[in-house]
Every structure is written in C-alpha cells, then in structure tokens.
Ligand binder design. Structure first.
Ligand code: ADP
Ligand code: UDP
Length: 236
C-alpha cells in the first residue's frame, strides 16, 4: 500500500494517507523534542530504532491479545497502520519512581512500586498536556466511561506483557506512555509508538538509562543508548 498525501507532521513522525481510507502510513523521523517542544535536536538513527521496535512490540502484544494499529512494516522507517481517531489522552503507567512522579511527590528516582500506577494527561500541546483524572476526561468528553475502562485494562495488560519481555533483555521497564485510538467502527486499539522516546528503560543490573532521558538531561551517549536497546531487541 503506497502512501499518498501527507496528513500530518508531528514532532517525531509524519502521517500519510493511502488509497484505503482505513489505512495510513507513519514515517519515523530522527527529530527529537522534549519539554513540550522547547528543547529540539536530532538523534541519528532514532527513526529506524523507534519504527522497528514499535512494530516488534506491537506484534508481541497482538499475540498476547492486545489489539493494535499495526498492519505491516514497509521499510526501516515506514509502517502501514490502521487509521484511527486518536483518543486525546496520554496514558502513563509507572512501575518505578522517575521523572515527573519523583518531582511532583518529592521522592528519589528508582523506588520500585508494589503495584503499577496509571495516570492520564490531556493530549493538547497548547495547554502543555495537563494531568487529568477519568472524571475530568468524561467531563471534557474525551472518551466514554466504557472506553476509559477498556483503555485502563489494556494499558495494564501492555505493562504485564512488556515488563516480562524487557526483563528477558536485561531491561527494567520503569514507565511509559501509550496512546489509543478508535477504528471506524469504534473499536479501541493501541496506536502511536512504543520506543525509547516513550518509555523509560534502565539496564536491570546497572540502572544505566537507555532512553530519551539521556537527551532530555544532556547526559550524552544518546544514540548509543537507542542502539543498545535495538541490539538487545534484535537479539544481536
Ligand atoms: P506529536 O503529534 O505529539 O508531535 P508524532 O510526531 O509522533 O507526535 O506524530 C504522530 C501523530 O500521529 C500523533 O499525533 C499520534 O497521535 C498520531 N497517530 C499515531 N498512530 C496513529 C494512527 N494509527 N492513526 C492516526 N493517527 C495516529
Ligand atoms: N512520556 C511521553 N510523552 C510525553 C510525556 C511523557 O512519551 O509527552 C513518557 C516518558 O518518556 C516517560 C513516561 O511517559 O517514559 C512518564 O513521563 P513523566 O510524566 O515522568 O514526564 P517527563 O519526566 O518526561 O516530563
């Protein structure tokens, strides 16, 4: 399926239409942003890593019963996906304290939780993706009650599957962000990407950060961290 017109250019990906109105092509760029676009840069090779990693994980999730938008990997940077209407919620699951959780609640990073947490933010760049709860999401008509329940249980299932999988690669899944979308018949599927841009991934033995925090925090070794995750995923 060939891409036709560009529908959207985001911070990390472009989305194209195809001849089939229910399918689109996502193309992954090397552009990196942080702090709601305030920090900009390039992570060489990131588009390839994020595309291939997302596809591998989406295939794994499909096998484990989580419906996703994935259809077919077209090339190193491009993938055919089911076109969805994105539910404007960023769904964040955490297993270990880090980032904004550590900051908001005044705790150190690295505290392992007894149970994972879930939180939502309103996917709205102009407002800076503000945090909200399920009642706020209902009040704003971002999703229905049933959709929110579906999204919650799918997100926890994704966490179970990915936590176990990353463990086999010597990686601790600290936290991550998911996006969900509605197919034309209203079915909720997992969409967007799962990558070092959207997950915190720490080496299980050394706690070395293997994700976008190296870019956010100017730690250096950004490309190498993405390459290391990719290498472990591809079993090289
Ligand atoms: P952003 O919009 O946050 O800058 P990206 O650069 O990653 O993010 O752009 C990709 C856009 O495509 C996002 O807005 C994302 O919600 C959207 N998207 C992801 N998967 C699909 C899909 N299957 N169908 C339609 N849109 C999608
Ligand atoms: N995240 C993301 N996109 C966002 C915000 C967060 O992919 O717009 C991911 C981030 O990579 C991390 C998790 O969600 O894995 C939790 O992020 P946090 O709330 O700690 O925010 P941050 O510290 O990134 O501001």
């Amino acid at each position: 399926m060939e891409k036709t017109v560009q529908l959207y250019e985001g911070k990390a990906k472009k989305v194209y239409a195809t001849a089939d109105e229910n399918l689109c092509v996502v193309a992954y760029k090397d552009d990196a942003t942080a702090f709601n676009g305030l920090k900009k840069g390039t992570i060489v090779g990131k588009g390839v890593v994020n595309n291939r990693m997302s596809n591998l994980l989406m295939r794994l999730l499909e096998k484990q019963g989580v419906p996703t938008h994935f259809v077919e990997e077209l090339s190193d940077r491009e993938t055919l996906v089911k076109k969805v209407k994105i539910v404007p919620l960023e769904v964040i699951i955490r297993n270990v304290s880090a980032g904004s959780f550590a900051k908001h609640y005044g705790v150190e990073e690295g505290i392992v939780f007894d149970e994972p947490t879930i939180e939502f933010s309103y996917k709205n760049d102009d407002l800076g993706d503000p945090l909200l709860n399920a009642y706020h999401a209902l009040a704003l008509k971002l999703a229905t009650k049933k959709e929110i329940e579906t999204i919650k249980s799918m997100a926890f299932k994704v966490n179970e599957v990915l936590t176990a999988y990353f463990k086999t690669l010597g990686i601790r899944l600290v936290d991550f962000k998911l996006e969900f979308g509605r197919l034309s018949d209203g079915t909720i599927v997992l969409a967007d990407e799962i990558s070092p841009d959207t997950c915190r991934l720490w080496d299980i033995n050394t706690n070395e950060k293997l994700d976008k925090d190296r870019f956010r925090r100017d730690m250096g070794g950004v490309e190498d961290a993405y390459k290391e995750v990719f290498k472990r995923l591809m079993g090289e």
